[in-house]
Design a protein around this ligand. Structure first.
Ligand SMILES: C[S@@+](CC[C@H](N)C(=O)[O-])C[C@H]1O[C@@H](n2cnc3c(N)ncnc32)[C@H](O)[C@@H]1O
Length: 396
């Protein structure tokens, strides 16, 4: 299958082959904090959980149906009424001829009943339905999906892949030029694992947060990982106007200034994860051992140092300071990334999101930091002055 042209057209970052890391983004000029590095639209979006009549999001634009700017009357799919809901006629009509075609509608309903007794992951099954549907409704987008990184695939004795392929075959996917095969199913699942971005529900009262949907963003998929990233991704699924086709866009902004020629990286998970958890996730899901500057330091920590409490303690120690210069030097050597945590990690309860300044406006840099998880806005000044990590909250 021919690879699609995946060259980025953005002027401030460019894709390059980077030794030992595959493709990645490099800055083409010096970057200012808050600068927008990429705006990307998904080629595929699929729900994380079975569709139920109590779902509270639009099955096309994934906007929360209870949010104030959603249309007051919720529409349904004529076939699976009450399961696929839509926020507007535009979303309903778009979805019925594309992402919620009659085959998808039937398939999602079958999965809803099958998944009760099965051990497969519903979101994997939803992904396969959406991907095989994409092969029919938009072959160019399917080719882009297929050109994304997926590592080496072995289907032998992989009961997860065999089970999912048998499920998808039983749903009789529509004919496309790409066919339906175990190899294709396995390759697609690998692309999904390495490239899907989660769209999250808001925090619940108990501090938990569910995944609402997953999306494949073809350009954003070229960002490599760093445990102390210089860029952060933002989505405004519930904040933007529903049905305009743009509320699911992802926006990636620079966290701080950096020079031309630097690799631009995201963190694939919240930056406050411990060394052990980060390494495990990167190896199991992304197939590499991270040796970024932060990991090079934390590899020498013992297990007790490698948890969030200890990280906070390290921060506190560093800020309170020690009367002994040597102690301070030792602490800096132990925890050189303390500044990142103080300045760029949200201090909101249970949040752990990354902060980046709002985009510059009319050439003026912003000192308002936005959290990419809870969405809170704060000014950076207090963080710098007091070092308490609690920036002044700005009215939202
Ligand atoms: C979302 S893709 C990123 C783009 C990818 N490099 C490519 O060529 O398409 C994720 C994959 O990139 C590679 N990767 C990302 N960050 C890396 C890092 N810090 N070191 C080594 N490989 C990395 C891994 O193979 C990972 O599974």
């Amino acid at each position: 299958m021919a690879a699609a042209d995946t060259t980025s057209s953005n002027s401030n970052i460019q894709t390059r082959e980077i030794q030992g890391r595959g493709r990645g983004f490099i800055s083409t000029h010096s970057i200012k904090a808050g600068e927008i590095l990429l705006t990307d639209s998904p080629i595929l979006l699929y729900p994380a959980k079975p569709l139920k009549n109590n779902n509270n999001f639009c099955s096309n634009c994934f906007k929360n149906l209870n949010s104030s700017s959603s249309s007051s009357s919720v529409l349904t799919c004529p076939s699976c009424s009450y399961h696929a809901l839509f926020c507007s006629h535009i979303c309903q009509s778009k979805a019925l001829s594309s992402s919620h075609s009659p085959w998808v509608c039937q398939a999602l309903n079958s999965i809803r009943y099958t998944s009760v007794e099965s051990s497969f992951d519903v979101s994997d099954a939803h992904f396969l339905v959406s991907a095989y549907n994409l092969a029919v409704i938009s072959p160019p987008h399917f080719r882009i999906l297929f050109s994304l990184d997926g590592g080496c695939i072995s289907t032998i004795n992989d009961s997860r892949i065999l089970g999912l392929h048998s499920l998808i075959s039983s749903l009789s996917p529509p004919q496309s030029v790409f066919g339906v095969s175990l190899e294709l199913t396995a390759a697609l699942l690998a692309k999904d694992k390495r490239n899907a971005f989660a769209i999250m529900e808001p925090f619940q009262e108990n501090g938990e947060r569910d995944v609402r949907a997953y999306g494949i963003y073809p350009k954003a998929s070229f960002f490599n990982h760093d445990c102390l990233p210089n860029a952060a991704r933002f989505d405004y699924v519930d904040a933007c106007v529903a049905g305009d086709g743009r509320n699911t866009d992802m926006i990636v902004r620079a966290i701080h200034d950096f020079p031309e020629g630097r690799e631009v990286c995201l963190s694939y998970f919240p930056v406050n994860w411990s060394y052990k958890d980060r390494q495990k996730r990167l190896l199991e899901d992304y197939g590499f051992v991270c040796d970024c500057d932060r990991c090079k330091v934390e590899v020498n920590w013992n297990d007790d140092d490698n948890n969030d409490d200890s990280m906070e303690q390290n921060e506190d120690e560093q800020m309170v300071g020690s009367s002994e210069d040597e102690d301070v030097e030792q602490e800096e050597a132990d925890f050189p990334h303390a500044y990142f945590f103080l300045k760029y990690v949200c201090s909101g309860d249970n949040c752990g999101g990354t902060l980046a300044p709002l985009p510059p406006s009319e050439g003026q840099l912003s000192d308002v930091m936005e959290c990419n998880v809870c969405g809170k806005l704060s000014t950076g000044e207090e963080i710098d002055e007091n070092g308490d990590g609690d920036g002044a909250m700005v009215d939202e």
